[in-house]
Design a protein around this ligand. Sequence first.
Ligand code: AMP
Length: 392
Amino acid sequence: MISTIGILGAGQLARMMAQAGQTMGLKFVFLDPAEDACASEYGEHICAAWDDRVALEKLGKSWDLVTFDFENVPDSSASLIESLCPVYPPPRALYKSQDRLREKTMMQELDIPVAPFRAVSSRPDLVAAVEEIGLPCVLKTRRFGYDGKGQMVLRFQEDMERAWQALGDSDLICEGFVPFDVECSIIAARGKAGETVFWPLTRNLHRDGILSISIAPVFDTELQARAEELINGLLDHLDYTGVMTLELFLKDGELLANEFAPRVDNSGHWTIDGAVTSQFENHVRAVCGLPLGKTANIAHALMFNLLGQMPEDKTQDALKLDQMAGVHWHDYRKAPRAGRKIGHVTVTADSERKLEALASQLAGRLGVAAELDLEAVLKTGQNFPAINDIAE
Ligand code: AMP
């Protein structure tokens, strides 16, 4: 019987996993180098570097299993812990997701459609890649990129040198630019015996590479089935246990994979208030070997990310809208910092019409950016400037 779970990383994802697990009587311990890591209110916090052997051994020897809220843990650390206690998802999944070239190559081998890509480690490589792939294209660092960081769009030949100056110190990948109609993500939970459940495909809108809004359900059963087929390929190949997210582009009715995350994901935060079982609870259930909960929506749901600073003075105002339907306020209790994910709010309603009305009012009270994003997300086919454009 599992009683204590170790988590590598103590950010908001670990915090929400612990919130879900605590109601099931589980205890948590976190390893994270950040002193003020926001999950630490929910269990013991070992404050040490990701590769601190003593701390890792403490984590691995004393707890029943270890999982992650962060995928860029060094391979050697995940392997060390694996030699001491069970680790879910399998470190192999982490290894694949940490490097965009490895990740895209694996997807290609599994017949998961992706944009054309080429490895780039020199100026001549970049010239050759741009020639083959064509413009526009996207140059990305292979490792440590997140929320649109470490990537640039190349639209003109002249952009090549500037992009090389900015990113050329790292190993890179050049990808075709996908002029997608919308972005979406499929989140799945797989148990130890291979049983798998999927949440409804979620539509996402990014602003400057950071998730702004998620909304579900919005897609038809055909697209849902296709998305499930794609993520299933990854889950089976990696003999996966836990929650996985696959980010997708939808273009002319076809799905193309962008990247996968071997963990719970921001685009699934709506499941806490909008689904029978949240992604966090099912992750905990999966890694503990417990039966998985149902994933259907219990309401139409729309999530806004709160970035930078909690709109404290607006909280009361926003919550008053609750009388119309559901407004669910989540504060990660993180120190304010520009662009930082510090909370989210999920709106739930029993019809799409009510959801839109309530979300519009809420966006109005939260500020202009959210309002603009909402307008875009409610109009299908809107293409948002999602990543830093080198030509700006
Ligand atoms: P990523 O870090 O790869 O998830 O990229 C962040 C965001 O940039 C994505 O959610 C998309 O909005 C956008 N993006 C990334 N790659 C591409 C691409 N090849 N074509 C078009 N947009 C992209």
